[in-house]
Design a protein. Structure first.
Length: 292
């Protein structure tokens, strides 16, 4: 009994840190170059919280055309058309992404991740089981930090739960509730891309209750220099929005320790760098990834 209890507790401890779980089959969109290359030098893109692959359509088309590489934009678990599953952690998201890369036979991958997707991308690179899958890493406006998720995101989840419980029938009614916590029309429009209006009761296509339970976890990160985690020595580009505080003087040293080959570029934008400054963002990515 003591041996069994010890084993169970040990496994639970490991699970809390690395979150061992079953992977899910991720939905995705793809763009291929004129050569019809589908695997070599692939670019894989991971969206942020409440986002989906379709947010990256314009960039995916441009990268495939300009870089002559295949581009895959993924829906992370509990987002877009991908399966709903718990736990919603960066280790499980990294496992999902790594399984996708292996399943599709992608080679010399350049992995791009924004915000939540950036933490998932960094988790792929830092995982001893997955680090060899990547050639280059691009992290957009997020750091490998541990802390509470922005109160804005918690407010969005609460508002989205209120929309579902209110049984609204139109997008206009949903917007009125959402505008109680967010006035920026760009952000409310973005959040409402997840709404499926219904005459009886509108629902979100993403599982709001799972995301609500995962908010604290999404502020965390499974790797840290002080935990003895080995760095990833591959080529890494961090892109920071100058008006955003997600990459700052407090967490930049951690990023430099975990990614000693990193380069930092700044763009005059807020947190959504790729949508606020698409031309500047695209140029930075294309120069970093380079031509085959």
């Amino acid at each position: 009994m003591l041996r069994s209890a010890f084993t169970r507790n040990a496994l639970e401890t490991i699970g809390l840190r690395r979150n061992i779980s079953t992977t899910v089959d991720l939905n995705y969109t793809s763009q291929f170059p004129a050569s019809d290359n589908k695997t070599d030098g692939a670019i894989v893109i991971l969206h942020g919280l409440f986002g989906s692959a379709r947010n990256w359509g314009a960039h995916s088309r441009a990268f495939a055309r300009n870089l002559n590489r295949p581009v895959y934009a993924l829906d992370l678990r509990n987002h877009g058309a991908s399966p709903h599953a718990e736990p919603m952690t960066y280790s499980t998201m990294a496992d999902d992404v790594a399984e996708f890369i292996r399943k599709h036979g992608l080679k010399d991958v350049s992995l791009i991740g924004h915000s939540m997707g950036g933490k998932a991308a960094m988790s792929v690179a830092l995982s001893p089981a997955h680090s060899n899958l990547l050639e280059k890493l691009i992290v957009v406006d997020i750091a490998p930090s541990r802390g509470s998720l922005s109160s804005d995101f918690k407010a969005y989840v609460d508002a989205m739960q209120s929309i579902e419980s209110a049984g609204v029938s139109t997008r206009k009614e949903a917007l009125e509730i959402l505008e109680e916590v967010e006035k920026n029309p760009d952000i409310t429009t973005f959040l409402l891309t997840n709404l499926v209006p219904s005459p009886s009761s509108s629902k979100f296509r993403i599982p709001i209750n799972i995301l609500a339970r995962s908010i604290d976890e999404l502020g965390s990160f499974p790797y840290a220099p002080e935990d003895g985690d080995a760095p990833w020595d591959g080529q890494t580009l961090f892109i920071k929005g100058t008006k955003s505080k997600y990459i700052n003087r407090r967490n930049l040293p951690t990023a430099e320790k975990l990614f000693p080959g990193m380069k930092l570029e700044e763009v005059d934008s807020g947190h959504w760098v790729h949508s606020e400054r698409p031309i500047e963002f695209g140029k930075l990515v294309e120069e970093f990834v380079g031509l085959i």
